[in-house]
Structures are given as C-alpha cells and as structure tokens.
Design a protein around this ligand. Structure first.
Ligand code: GLU
Length: 287
C-alpha cells in the first residue's frame, strides 16, 4: 500500500458518518483536529465515512459541510468519501488473506447470541460479549462448500494468528494517556468485511488514515480501545502508526454522552435558535 507522509507536517482529520445531523459532540471532534492543524502550520482533512449504505444519506453529507462552514472550519478538497474507495479496502483484505489471518464467518447475529448463551464463560470485551470463534474452526472444505453455495459471510480477523506473526512490540501513544501496550485480543476476532459491505469501520479507518498521511488522529475517548485493533492492522499491513489524542466526550444534561440516536440537539437547530458559533465554542470550553 502506498502511503506518503512528510512527517514534519502535521495532518489531522475529522471523519464523520453522514447518518444524521451533527451535534455539539461532533463540533468538538471537528474543532480539535482543525485547531491542531492550524496552530501547527499543518493540514486538516475531512473524510466522509459512509460505508453503511443503509444509514448514510447524501442530505446528511450536505449538512456536515453546512455545519462545519458555520463553525468557521476550512478543509482541503477533494473530500475523501469512503464509498468511492472500496478498491483500497479490497487490496488490504487481500494482503491479509495472503498472510492467512482472515477467515469467513457465516454466523448470523442470532447464531452468535445462541452460541454465547450455550457457553458458561463467554469472554467479554469493551463492546460486550466477544465473537465465540465458531467459524474459526471450520475446515477448508467446509468453508469452500459454503462459499460455493453462495452462503452470505463476513470476514473476520484471526487475532491469535495475527499476533503470532507480529515481531514488533505492539504499542501506540496517546497524548493524554501516554504509551499504551495494545491488547487486541480483548476485542476477539473483529469483522473486517461485513456481509452487506466488503469492509468495516476498523479496516477502512486504518487504510484511509494511512493513505491520507494522517499523523495525528484525534477522536473521542469512546474509540480509545478500538485503537488496539487498529494498531494490529497497521502492523499487519505495514502501515505507519500515527500519534493519537482521544479527547473527552461532550455529555448531555443527563450526564450521558451525546449521540445522534438519543436525539441530541443538532448544530442546525442550535444555529437556528440564534446561538453563534463563538457562543458554542465557549460552551464547549474552547475559548
Ligand atoms: N466515523 C467515526 C464516527 O463518526 C469516527 C472514526 C474515527 O475517528 O476513527 O464515530
């Protein structure tokens, strides 16, 4: 994979999904990398993470541009849209396939739930019960027969096998938390290509950050643990490891993290109520 990065120049990014209108949590997540880039004579990129074709809509992408412009942010063109770059993810999948660290998984969500319920001690990770590894044990013949029959399948990363191939210490650096020893096993065999789309959040974000030369990744603390998986993928794919800054999340009046699905107040409605961008910056503690 070709990645070009003049390491003396800071390159940051904001990578929203157009699955709803942005709220003030997104504003913070966008302003932090923009300021880092501007304060350091670097570059700020915007990336549209739209691999989930069901949940992502063009109108929300337009909304992202409007909201960021209202905040006074500027970004480079062209904006990278993940759905335009499926070939890059396919290349990464084939590199991993060549290393023998990927396997097809035919399980439905219900299969996984049932398998977990059957087991006395299902291991749990940061996002709940881990994949129990059902399809990891299929024979080559079983896999080939099911693929030939057209059975829908995802592709999972065999984390144990991957770790056995890695020769370097798997560490990364966070600006607040310091040096972190990655523990990707805590996530189990994550999905790298979904049944409905031949990539996943983990794979696309790692490939894109490398291809775009991002050397400071800023994002909310909710994605802190995911970085362990990303670090493993960087190592398998021979990609550079950027610096990280996982920032605090904006919480609502109920003390819970703002989320589109909880109907957090959108930047559009904040703007329409007469609040200025400067007032929002102050509310976010960004004077
Ligand atoms: N697209 C992700 C989100 O909207 C952010 C990805 C990242 O910053 O790594 O939560």
């Amino acid at each position: 994979m070709n990645t070009s990065n003049d390491s003396s120049e800071m390159i940051t990014r904001f990578a929203p999904s157009p699955s709803g209108r942005l709220h003030s949590g997104h504003a913070l997540a966008a302003i932090i990398p923009w300021r880092e880039a501007m304060d350091n004579g670097g570059r700020f990129l915007l990336r549209i993470e739209d691999i989930d074709r069901e949940r992502c809509h063009a109108e929300f992408e337009v909304g992202i541009f409007e909201d960021l412009a209202w905040l006074g942010l500027t970004w480079e063109e062209p904006v990278r849209r993940q759905s335009d770059h499926m070939d890059d993810y396919a290349d990464a999948i084939s590199m991993l396939q060549d290393q023998g660290v990927i396997y097809p998984c035919f399980c439905s969500r219900a299969d996984i739930r049932a398998e977990i319920a059957r087991s006395d001690s299902a291991p749990h990770g940061p996002d709940g019960a881990l994949y129990p590894g059902t399809c990891r044990h299929l024979s080559r013949d079983q896999k080939n027969t099911r693929i030939a029959a057209g059975d829908a399948h995802a592709l999972r990363l065999d984390v144990e096998k991957s770790l056995a191939l890695i020769k370097e210490p798997l560490v990364w650096h966070d600006r607040l938390a310091g040096v972190i020893v990655a523990n990707p096993t805590a996530h189990g065999d994550v999905v790298l290509a979904r049944k409905d789309t031949p990539t996943s959040y983990h794979l696309s974000v790692v490939v894109d950050d490398a291809l775009q030369g991002i050397n400071l990744i800023t994002r909310g603390k909710d994605l802190f643990e995911a970085t362990d998986v990303h670090r493993l993928l960087q190592s398998l794919l021979g990609l550079p490891t950027p610096d990280y800054f996982h920032h605090e999340l904006v919480v609502g009046e109920d003390g819970r993290r703002l989320a589109t699905r909880h109907k957090a107040r959108s930047l559009e409605s904040i703007r329409e109520s007469g609040t200025t961008a400067q007032e929002l910056f102050s509310q976010l503690g960004l004077d």
